[in-house]
Every structure is written in C-alpha cells, then in structure tokens.
Ligand binder design. Structure first.
Ligand SMILES: [Zn+2]
Length: 308
C-alpha cells in the first residue's frame, strides 16, 4: 500500500461516522496536491480534510482524532487494519535495510509484536524501555505472523505510566548444535538510538565509529525434530558461558583478535543441551531465561511411555 493510500484510508476512516468517502477519491486528491502542486503532505492532508469537513458541515473537533481502533497486540489478526496501541518498546533490532529507521519488538499486557518504522515517515526515534501511546499504526501480515508499521500519520506520545509487557514467551529446548557468525565479542554503534552491530568498525547508518563492546550468542538448538535459532543477549551469554564482557575483552586483547571469544565460547557450550524461554521473533527466540536440564534419561522416559 502506498503512503498516500495509507493516508487516504486513515482519513476515510476518520470521516466514516459522518460521510461516505471513498479512499480512492481522497488518494487522488492528495496525489494531485502532493505530486502535481508539490504541496507538503501535511498541508495537503489539512486542505483535503477541510474540504470534507465543509461537505459534512462539521467542525474539525467533531472528527474522531485517529479513527483507528484501540487494540491489544495479541488481538491483531488481520492485515491492513488501522489501530492504536499502548505499548512498551521491548527491544530494538538492527535494521536490514536503509529504508528502515527502526525495527524491533513492542509489547503490552497481551504479548509482543514486531514493529517497523520507515525512514520516509520521518518519525522521532523510539527508545527501549519507554512506554508509548501510538495512534494510527497499520497492521501487516507475513507468512501468518503479524506486525505493525508506523507511518507518517502515526502519532507518538510518551507515557508516564509504564505499560506492563505480558508473557508470551516460548520455551524451546535442544542441543546447541551451532553458533552463528556475529556471536561472541561484537561491537555496536554508540550513536543515540542506534545499536546496530558494526561490520569492520562501520555502522551501516553512521559509517566509521568507535563501537561499544557487547556480547551475544546466536545459536541453533536442535531437539532431533526441530531446529530453533536463539539469541542470548549479554546477560544470558555471561551466564551461559561464565565469561563476562570484561573477561572477553581481555581475551581478545591478549590474542589481538576478537574472534577467539566466540571460539572459546563454542568450546564451552556446543553440544550441550539447553531449555530456553523468551519471546519469539520471526525465526529467533530471544533468551530471557535458560536452564540445562541435563541429558534426557531415555530409559525412564520409555518406562513411563509404556505405562501410559
Ligand atoms: Zn549507527
């Protein structure tokens, strides 16, 4: 859906209690102003809104502020719906494309959902841990998974209260059969609101920077039937390997090589059996907690199975 189309649908929704307006008509009026006359979108929006207000004999304040419906993230089960959310920013991820300003995980009492904000929408950056009221975000669906897209019409309000994030954690287990590249001692961009992992000292957004060290393990758990990719953040990695960030830095310093850290960690943990719990995103489970249940006792499992 084009941005003007999104805008048009949001506007049609705003008028829906008062006027029957076709989003396609709004879109073409916006298009005319924006593309033909180079009017800034915000102004075009105001002008088109005013003309519909005149048609309907309405005052601006009689319009619904957003027109989107307030929902909880777990209720999102339809594509291309305009919704309002009250959420906490749980996690920011590294954008895979230059067109994406921010991508990460939002949560409310009902669970968590991925969000994407695009560069073109020119929105203020959201910070991890902060709670927000987001109005006018659009739902999206990909391979059965839902996400929300922030857009130019999205209104972002910082909340003083903190929105509790519900537990929609998954538990998976298996032998840690692989540690992927980008594990061990990594460097992240130190710029405000940018936590991108550096490649050869470069941030894809900010170029050459003095990175800040971080630890993580991107691993693969295999239970014999399914493989699951999991990410241990710094805290979980320190707990898992018994190596702190400071020790990892010393190791790398001694070896004049950061890759030794991932290698040493692999020696410690590869092949061991873990049960991990955390929110799922896409193909990853983000590890909040883990335990090492020890090898499964095959014999007693069989005895139990026979007795059923
Ligand atoms: Zn950066």
């Amino acid at each position: 859906m084009s941005e003007l189309r999104q805008e048009a649908e949001a506007m049609a929704e705003q008028f829906s209690d008062h006027l029957e307006v076709d989003p396609a008509e709004i879109e073409s009026r916006l298009e005319n102003l924006v593309d033909e006359y180079r009017v800034p979108l915000e102004e075009a929006r105001r002008s088109v809104t005013n003309s519909y207000l005149d048609d309907a004999g309405l005052d601006r304040d009689e319009l619904a502020p957003g027109g989107a419906t307030r929902v909880q993230v777990a209720d999102i089960d339809e594509d291309e719906q305009w919704v309002d959310l009250r959420v906490t920013l749980v996690d920011l991820w590294e954008p895979r494309s230059d067109s994406i300003a921010q991508v990460g995980l939002l949560g409310d009492e009902s669970g968590t959902i991925k969000f994407v904000a695009f560069e073109t929408s020119d929105l203020p950056a959201l910070s991890e841990g902060q709670s927000y009221a987001l109005s006018n975000v659009v739902t999206d669906e990909y391979e059965g998974r839902y996400s929300v897209k922030l857009n130019r019409t999205t209104q972002i309000t910082e909340l003083d209260e903190s929105i509790e994030v519900g537990d929609d954690a998954d538990t998976v287990e298996g032998a840690l059969v692989d540690i992927q590249s980008g594990s061990g001692l990594i460097k992240r961009c130190p710029e405000d609101d940018c936590t991108r992992v550096l490649q050869n000292g470069r941030c894809s957004e900010h170029g050459q920077v003095d990175g800040t060290f971080d630890l993580r393990i991107k691993g693969v758990l295999d239970d014999g039937e399914t493989v699951t990719e999991v990410i241990f953040d710094r805290e979980a990695t320190e707990q898992l390997t018994g190596t702190t960030l400071e020790e990892a830095k010393d190791l790398a310093m001694d070896a004049l090589d950061t890759t030794v850290v991932a290698e040493e960690m692999a020696d410690d943990v590869l092949g061991r059996y873990y049960r991990v719990t955390g929110p799922t995103f896409g193909r990853y489970v983000l590890v909040d907690e883990f335990e090492e249940p020890g090898p499964v006792d095959v014999e007693s499992a069989l005895i139990e199975a026979r007795s059923i």
